[in-house]
Design a protein around this ligand. Structure first.
Ligand SMILES: [Zn+2]
Ligand SMILES: [Zn+2]
Length: 104
């Protein structure tokens, strides 16, 4: 890599047990060599409730909202994991827009 200050080729150097890039002009690059993509990001975690869902077009059912006690909610089905699980029913309160998941 080249020095952003003077444009010369930089050399790796050990400093406080860390590898840094130094230039003859005195510039020291302390950034880590490579930023690794975390495994969590790649695999995806947990359930993702679709927030952008156009819920006003969804069917409605009688269900009690755990948050406000309203008795009517929108519902939709969603596959939670890689197909080995049954579809789960998600609900969204008509009144307070609270999302929750229905358990069997
Ligand atoms: Zn330099
Ligand atoms: Zn509610």
């Amino acid at each position: 890599m080249f020095c952003p200050k003077c444009g010369l080729l930089m050399k790796p150097k050990k400093q406080n047990d860390k590898k840094v890039m130094v230039c003859s002009c005195g510039f020291v690059d302390k950034k880590p060599e490579a930023v690794k993509l975390s495994e969590d990001v790649k695999q995806g975690k947990g359930i993702e409730v679709v927030e952008q869902l156009d819920y006003e077009t969804l069917p409605m059912m009688k269900a009690e909202c755990p948050k406000c006690g309203h008795m009517k909610a929108y519902y939709w089905l969603q596959q939670t994991r890689a197909g080995d699980e049954a579809e789960t029913r998600f609900l969204k309160c008509e009144k307070c827009k609270h999302n929750w998941r229905e358990y069997d």
